[in-house]
Design a protein around this ligand. Sequence first.
Ligand SMILES: *Cc1c(COP(=O)(O)O)cnc(C)c1O
Length: 232
Amino acid sequence: MSIANNLNTIHQSINQTALACDRAPSSIKLIAVSKRHSIASIKEAMAAGQYYFGENYIQEAAEKRHSIDDAAKFHFIGHVQSNKAKLAAELFSMVETVDRLKLAKALNKHLLTLDRKLDILIQVNIGEDPKKSGVPPENAGALLKHIRTLSQIRPMGLMTIPPFSSDTEKTRIYFRDLSNLGKELAKQELFSDNSRFELSMGMSQDFKTAIEEGATIIRIGTAIFGDRPEIA
Ligand SMILES: *Cc1c(COP(=O)(O)O)cnc(C)c1O
């Protein structure tokens, strides 16, 4: 299957799933996760109308960014080391993985120098898995209160990577927890737009379940680009 065919299949699936649960398909943004995939693959996706990409490694994203038309928008979805905050502040239209105040402050400092504002999501460790990054759910509100004092950062919503399960009904509970947490934080007016906050959840295996539970951003790699090449 070509990348264009895969994108087409996923869009059909997004439309069907959204309509079946009374949601507007246009309220769901597809991020094509291009980590470890080539610039040629990204260009192939762009030729098929896909303009949002997700990358996990800052250095890899920096190299790609400079070879790809500005019409492409990159979301950062990996772990940001604070010493890479400068590149992160420059390169991305959204950083989905802010999980600590130190990182938010480092981003803000570089954004001030760049005279740029940045949309971010708070990464929540919704399964409270000690091996995963993300702020514990009970600390998300406190982190947002601090972040709201930073002039260049716009907190748009929440992102999560739930504990892996091959049973999407188990994963559904985590998606629902993230959605409920988002509603609670919006009620406290902690996002930039509390009437429409983002929920980034769902990957190749479970994006339909995520849409049913309210995802506004889904991050899909394998189902678009195929298996990821091994790191050389
Ligand atoms: C790699 C990755 C994805 C995409 O996963 P697939 O299973 O290939 O769709 C989504 N989100 C994050 C954070 C990732 O690291």
